[in-house]
Design a protein around this ligand. Structure first.
Ligand SMILES: Cc1cc2nc3c(=O)[nH]c(=O)nc-3n(C[C@H](O)[C@H](O)[C@H](O)COP(=O)(O)O)c2cc1C
Length: 127
């Protein structure tokens, strides 16, 4: 069954940016990517690819603890109480610097030093 359901997919298709949070030894750490970057790489039912330019601290955090949570939202998606819906994507992530997922990112974003591959385990709608 698809981990990223139709509602969360619609939010990802319309979000301007996506927050990416990891856990570090001194607490939580949040970075971001643009929604159009993620869309350019294609959203399948349980994997998100993110081009990595910097994200050094995120990389160090994931080497210790590969759990990740993403959060995005859009006013263009109808929520239960009005315009605006969000989606949290919970899963595991790793940096890849070789292989087909890295090549796919490099082809669209020549500046990328790696691909952040997020394997979504649960998608949780908000609002
Ligand atoms: C809206 C937005 C989009 C961003 N997109 C990316 C991105 O696609 N790739 C990236 O490496 N950094 C991106 N950044 C910068 C990261 O959030 C982060 O500041 C930087 O990568 C350093 O990460 P670090 O603190 O884990 O070392 C973006 C920042 C913002 C605010």
């Amino acid at each position: 069954m698809a981990k990223i359901d139709a509602v969360c997919k619609e939010v990802i298709e319309k979000t301007e940016w996506i927050a990416i949070s990891t856990a570090g030894p001194d607490g939580p750490h949040v970075v971001a990517t643009w929604g159009d970057y993620v869309r350019a790489l294609g959203i399948n039912e349980d994997t998100i690819l993110i081009p990595v330019g910097l994200m050094r601290k995120t990389e160090a955090n994931l080497q210790r603890d590969n759990r990740v949570e993403l959060l995005c939202g859009s006013r263009q998606v109808q929520g239960t109480r009005g315009p605006g819906k969000g989606c949290a994507l919970v899963g595991r992530a790793e940096f890849q610097t070789a292989g087909p997922r890295y090549e796919a990112v490099k082809a669209k974003f020549p500046w990328a030093r790696a691909t952040l591959v997020v394997s979504v385990e649960e998608a949780k709608p908000q609002l």
